[in-house]
Design a protein around this ligand. Structure first.
Ligand code: SF4
Ligand code: SF4
Length: 472
């Protein structure tokens, strides 16, 4: 019973968020500036990812933006390939594959994405936080500045920081909008008189305001209170997932380092709290895995630096599975991981097949429902067909359809087959065959779709004819 009470007390930290006081007020976190090999590696990865994010809207392939997510018009460009509403099935399949990938990736590597690639973490820790350290100093100086009265120095530092924060938020919102409406349209909004693009300017201001609010005030709350991925960790992680964990077997019993300690009868943790001081979500990783941990690696670096100083091996806090810490078990590919991997391989294979066989034009030909054949006055037999063509290219085209097999005539009724990019055209056409060519109820016919003289697709269908009565 007593043990249970002690266990409950130990788990008490799980009853509240590290960033909320007992009275329910926001506790502002002043994380100490991290330094170390992981922080350097994350800085490098962030520079690469941010460079790509900023450069991509400026990159054009065949005169079209490399990446475009025009949700309002349902037009997308992925690495120079256009996708429209007719590719919805590919979009759904890609989304399902992505979700399975995230689930698998999280089951194996935990929240590694949050620490290394999530835009929220990258902008917060690698852009806004660095600027804050530069202007206001490290955690202690920030605390002092916050507590200080409003002197000229404080007003200057705070306003300077917030002007820069808003400027960067405005820049991010421009980049963000360029992915949605295209860089060309964004440049029009910026360069034309404001009265011509009121809605665009309104969107830019709204996005800037949201980004400014998130990075200057909301911060880690976005990860702990809002992000659905963070909330899913409880069901995605298990004892075999690799997470950032404190090796309590090696670290406990912890105590302050005293002169002459030889580590033979104590743990390696010297209770210096540096791993807590650097944590941007304000948690103590020594309590175990917590929802708030965004896997930023700051505590690994902090602890490794301490271990170097006290001449103990690095890795008291490290990437490891709980099973590995518990009994030194090596990484194991569990049945759950196998199941996710199999599903992922199947999904990706289907998606790859569909993408590889995706053509520039979708052409569908169906005999007009409810119609049989018609006998023409000149003795020819005719059938009426419905035609549906989708132009999936960037360019407008004027197509033509011709009868390839057997010999006969093909007449398009009404509209011509001119299509703009991503446009769908529907038309009717008639095939006329001499009576001698129609010897059975279903005669196979082959139709060619041409772009100028270039045959782009062959379609096979059937032609209905009268059934010859057998002479008695
Ligand atoms: S940094 Fe390492 S040694 Fe210091 S308190 Fe954290 S786990 Fe213990
Ligand atoms: S516990 Fe460590 S890895 Fe997790 S958020 Fe805090 S500092 Fe980052």
């Amino acid at each position: 019973m007593e043990t249970e009470i002690i266990e409950d007390e130990k788990q008490e930290f799980r009853d509240h968020l590290a960033t909320v006081t007992k009275e329910g007020k926001r506790k502002w976190i002043f994380p100490k500036k991290p330094s170390g090999r992981f922080y350097n590696a994350r800085t490098f990865v962030s520079i690469v990812l941010l460079s790509f994010l900023i450069a991509a809207p400026f990159i054009k392939v065949n005169n079209h933006q490399l990446l475009l997510f025009d949700f309002p018009n349902r037009e997308f460009i992925l690495f120079g390939v256009p996708f429209g509403p007719h590719d919805f099935h590919l979009f759904v399949l890609a989304m399902i594959s992505l979700i399975v990938f995230i689930v698998l990736f999280t089951a194996i590597f935990g929240r590694i994405f949050c620490g290394w690639a999530c835009p929220q973490t990258i902008f917060m820790e690698m852009v806004f936080r660095k600027i804050e350290y530069w202007i206001e100093g490290d955690a202690n100086e920030q605390r002092k500045l916050k507590a200080a009265s409003w002197t000229v120095n404080k007003i200057f530092k705070k306003s300077f920081k917030h002007i820069i924060f808003f400027g960067i938020s405005f820049f991010i919102s421009n980049i963000f909008l360029a992915y949605i409406i295209s860089m060309d349209k964004l440049i029009e909004i910026i360069t034309d008189p404001p009265s011509q693009h009121l809605s665009g300017l309104l969107a830019l201001t709204a996005f800037s305001g949201v980004f400014y609010f998130v990075f200057s005030y909301f911060r880690e709350q976005a990860c702990t209170l809002v992000c659905p991925y963070g909330r899913l960790q409880g069901v995605l992680l298990d004892q075999d997932s690799i997470v950032i964990a404190y090796d309590y077997k090696r670290g406990e019993p912890r105590s302050k380092l005293k002169k002459g300690d030889d580590f033979s009868n104590r743990g390696d943790c010297i209770d210096c709290y540096l791993c807590v001081d650097v944590c941007p979500t304000g948690i103590d990783i020594r309590n175990g895995i917590q929802l708030e941990c965004v896997n930023c690696t700051a505590c690994i670096d902090a602890c490794d630096n301490v271990m170097d100083k006290i001449k103990r091996p690095r890795g008291l806090i490290r990437y490891a599975s709980l099973r590995n810490i518990e009994n030194k078990a090596k990484f194991k590919f569990t049945p759950r991981m196998m199941l996710y991997s199999t599903i992922l391989v199947i999904l990706v294979s289907v998606l790859t097949y569909l993408m590889a066989n995706r053509t520039d034009f979708n052409v569908n030909i169906l005999r007009t429902p409810g119609m049989l054949f018609q006998q023409q006055p000149d003795g020819k037999i005719s059938n009426l067909y419905d035609l549906n063509i989708v132009n999936k290219t960037f360019n407008p085209v004027k197509l033509d359809i011709r009868l390839l097999e057997p010999k006969g005539e093909l007449k398009i009724i009404g509209s011509d087959l001119s299509l703009n990019s991503q446009q769908i055209v529907e038309a009717k056409f008639m095939i006329l065959l001499p009576k001698e060519s129609v010897r059975k109820m279903n005669t196979p016919v082959e139709i060619g779709v041409y772009d100028g003289d270039n045959l782009i697709k062959k379609i096979k269908t059937t032609f209905l004819g009268p059934v010859e009565k057998v002479q008695q």
